[in-house]
Write a protein that binds this ligand. Structure first.
Ligand code: AMP
Ligand code: MG
Length: 331
């Protein structure tokens, strides 16, 4: 056990980050906010430090980490980037998107789980950017224990990692609430490995001159391209399942917790007490923002099981459903 210092941020641009920066430079771990979810960071060029991430999270060894940089000019220092993609990367960066590129030698295999490629992201969150600027490239997965829902506020990080890391930076709630979109740019055509805040529809537009993007669905038997895809993720302890909107009415005032949108509650579940609102159907980003907090709430609630409203798989709902399907999967 270590003593975890929680550093509460009031001013994103001016509060001192000297302490977390020193922790990273000395080879230890810092949990920090990004605009997607909170990350658990180690200096990417320090293999010892990177190994600590896997130990602390209980993360499977074959699941690579994303490297966070402070600016786009740094990408060439750590990875090979095709000239043809420069314009598009500029457009999408900084932001909630990760590019998989051929790695350079200064990225240790501890970061990439033995792969020759590395996931690179330039987060838009000022704290994440400032931290990477002062400490160096930061390898970071989500700051949860493996298998648990990702943390979107410092409270959730503390639930999982108090006593296990030196510093947790608290800068409020994450804006997007789900992990970055991952695009593999090492293939002939851009390949989406994980849907996220930037939707497939948007990427098809942005990558139009390259014929749009492909979407990668891992098949059961093969080793997935994005190794993290095969694990059960984001899961509460209690049993949960996805249920069509119309069928939720059968569960009113039973001992099953219903996670649904505000619209569904108003339209068909009025008077139900066993309800937890996860956001607004007409504003899907509110559902993404609340998704992991809602999944964490299931285990805290008095109910023995939970059901979640099923959504049509398009736009941001496609990314939301990707996470929900993993949360309910038995694996
Ligand atoms: P997390 O940050 O916890 O969401 O995990 C990072 C995710 O990025 C994992 O699911 C990895 O599979 C994926 N990832 C990271 N680096 C690579 C890479 N070089 N190739 C493919 N996927 C990657
Ligand atoms: Mg994760």
């Amino acid at each position: 056990m270590v003593e975890t210092k929680v550093l509460k941020i009031k001013d994103l641009y001016n509060d001192s980050l000297e302490y977390p920066c020193e922790v990273l430079k000395s080879g230890n771990l810092v949990a920090f906010p990004t605009e997607t979810v909170y990350g658990l960071g180690a200096l990417a060029t320090n293999p010892e430090a990177v190994r600590k991430i896997f130990e602390v999270k209980g993360r499977p060894q074959d699941n690579p980490l994303i490297v966070h940089l402070s600016s786009i000019d740094q990408i060439k220092d750590f990875a090979f980037m095709e000239e043809r993609y420069m314009k598009v990367i500029n457009k999408l960066t900084p932001g909630p998107i990760t590019f998989v590129l051929k790695k350079k030698d200064n990225i240790p295999y501890e970061v990439t789980a033995g792969l020759d490629t590395v996931g690179i992201r330039i987060p838009a969150h000022p704290i994440a950017q400032r931290l990477a600027r002062c400490a160096g490239p930061i390898a970071a997965p989500s700051a949860n224990l493996s298998g648990r829902p990702s943390p979107t506020d410092a409270k959730s990080v503390i639930e999982d990692l108090n006593g296990l890391v030196d510093c947790i930076i608290d800068a409020g709630e994450s804006a997007f609430g789900i992990e970055s979109t991952i695009v593999d740019l090492t293939k002939d055509k851009p390949l989406i490995l994980r849907p996220g805040p930037i939707t497939i529809e948007e990427l098809n537009d942005i990558f139009a001159e390259f014929g749009g993007v492909d979407y990668y669905e891992p098949k059961k038997e093969e080793r997935p391209i994005a190794p993290g895809m095969k694990y059960r993720h984001y899961a509460p302890e209690k049993p949960i399942r996805l249920v069509n909107r119309e069928e939720l009415a059968n569960l009113v005032n039973t001992n099953v917790l219903i996670l649904c949108t505000l619209e569904t509650q108003k339209d068909i579940l009025q008077g139900a007490e066993n309800i937890y609102i996860i956001g607004e159907y007409s504003r899907p980003y509110t559902i993404a923002q609340n998704l992991y907090r809602s999944l964490r709430y299931i285990d805290k609630s008095p109910y023995l099981e939970a059901v979640i409203e099923k959504f049509p798989e398009e736009g941001l709902f496609f990314s939301i459903m990707n996470r929900l399907k993993k949360a309910v999967s038995k694996k």
